[in-house]
Design a protein around this ligand. Structure first.
Ligand SMILES: CC(C)(COP(=O)(O)OP(=O)(O)OC[C@H]1O[C@@H](n2cnc3c(N)ncnc32)[C@H](O)[C@@H]1OP(=O)(O)O)[C@@H](O)C(=O)NCCC(=O)NCCS
Length: 153
């Protein structure tokens, strides 16, 4: 199903004062959300962290670690109110541009095999599965594996 994009978003680096709003999105979007400390530590560490806005509304956020010629996607989240309108694709394209401009040649990520929206997004972008990490994520019943995916930028 192709979604219709409503409005062009803007991308701004995430600031400490954005974390309250980012946390509100995060907690609505995941059964096991990142903590406030995960975001503040990411900013302190200098990770590439972004807010995606449309007309002042926070549509989503993303965090990526850039190491030498590799980009590691750590978080991409679109608010449930804004999902299926193409913003996930636009956030990923923005991250690709940033990663390339820092010399990254490949992007890596981990995802839950049970996350159909995430898997659908990464498949559409051409990511390939390159491995599996056993028991990587907390889950309702114990732990869930992660699939490791990669894309040449
Ligand atoms: C995954 C996520 C970022 C996708 O964002 P989005 O803005 O809704 O995605 P888009 O509208 O850009 O969709 C792009 C493609 O992703 C796939 N996709 C998106 N939502 C999907 C769903 N619910 N089921 C299956 N595939 C889906 C489709 O291939 C879609 O292309 P199509 O519309 O042509 O079918 C969003 O669902 C989200 O934030 N989920 C909660 C957090 C999360 O799981 N993040 C990823 C962690 S690995």
């Amino acid at each position: 199903m192709s979604a219709v994009l409503k409005s062009a978003p803007s991308f701004e680096p995430m600031r400490p004062e954005d974390i309250d709003a980012v946390m509100a999105t995060e907690q609505r979007a995941y059964p096991f959300p990142w903590s406030r400390a995960n975001f503040s530590d990411s900013l302190v560490s200098g990770y590439s962290a972004w807010c995606c806005r449309v007309g002042g509304a926070l549509v989503g956020h993303a965090v990526m670690m850039l190491v030498l010629d590799e980009a590691h996607l750590l978080n991409i989240t679109i608010s449930p109110d804004w999902q299926r309108h193409g913003y996930g694709m636009l956030v990923m394209q923005h991250l690709f541009d940033v990663a390339r401009s820092h010399g990254a040649k490949r992007m890596f990520l981990e995802a839950r095999p049970s996350n159909a929206p995430g898997q659908g997004l990464y498949d559409k972008l051409g990511f390939e599965t390159i491995g599996r990490r056993r028991g990587y994520y907390p889950a309702d019943a114990g732990r869930e594996d992660a699939v490791v995916m990669a894309l040449t930028l």
